[in-house]
Design a protein around this ligand. Structure first.
Ligand code: GRF
Length: 218
């Protein structure tokens, strides 16, 4: 059966640097990703991600525990902002907060995330940022990578949509590993969104065993 294209209207949530956001916006700009970036929501009013979005002409919005001290009101405000901008796919791009139940219920099977490890390994509470790469090194892994997955209420769970692998090298530090994994994230995330847009990945029926693409970084 021919794939069904999915016209992507993206709403991003980010917290800090926003390099994944930037990589996705660059692919849209270059015409390689058929998607319309509608909104970038940030919980940190000083985040680089907000400046990157503004520079690309994407509407931005700061919503956090500061603007909405009540978590339920914050959850509702995020949902309202996404709906106001007619977002049909929520893209978590380094968002360090847990999404509320209202947003998850408002966007069933339509929230994706990227994690800097080969899930289901090295995911879950406490495994974020450098902690992930520290854990990979401590476990003596020879291969790590990045995973794009659909978001479920539990951290780093939900069907895997795509993975990219990165070899662990002798002498790697958490920082060196983080840098090489991030480089692959910048390829994997836009590429996976393009496959969703083309109908090759069906978010309602995600692949059972997505191909991990080996990418030597040398
Ligand atoms: C990335 O490593 C991503 O996997 C994780 O948070 C980091 C965000 O980096 N979820 P950036 O803000 O996109 O630069």
């Amino acid at each position: 059966m021919a794939p069904h294209p999915f016209p992507l209207r993206l709403g991003f949530l980010a917290s800090h640097d926003g390099t994944n956001l930037q990589a996705i916006l660059a692919e849209i700009e270059a015409g390689r990703l058929a998607a319309s970036p509608r909104l970038v929501i940030c919980n940190n009013s000083d985040a680089m991600a907000l400046r990157r979005a503004a520079a690309a002409g994407v509407p931005t919005c700061h919503l956090s525990g500061r603007t909405h001290p009540d978590p339920e009101a914050l959850d509702e405000a995020i949902l309202e902002a996404l709906r106001d901008h007619e977002v049909n796919l929520v893209v978590l791009a380094g968002y360090m907060k847990k999404l509320g139940p209202r947003v998850l219920a408002g966007y069933p099977r339509r929230v994706v995330n990227i994690h800097p490890a080969l899930l289901p390994k090295f995911g879950g509470a406490g495994l974020y940022g450098l902690h992930v790469h520290e854990a990979v090194l401590a476990a003596g892994e020879t291969l790590t990578g990045a995973t794009v997955h659909r978001v479920e209420p539990e951290y780093d769970r939900g069907p895997i949509l795509a993975q990219a692998t990165v070899p662990v090298r002798p002498g790697d530090t958490p920082e060196s590993l983080q840098a090489r994994v991030l480089e692959q994230e910048h390829r994997l995330y836009p590429q996976t969104l393009a496959r969703i847009a083309a109908g090759e990945i069906d978010l309602d029926h995600p692949p059972e065993s997505p191909n991990a693409t080996a990418r030597e970084t040398d």
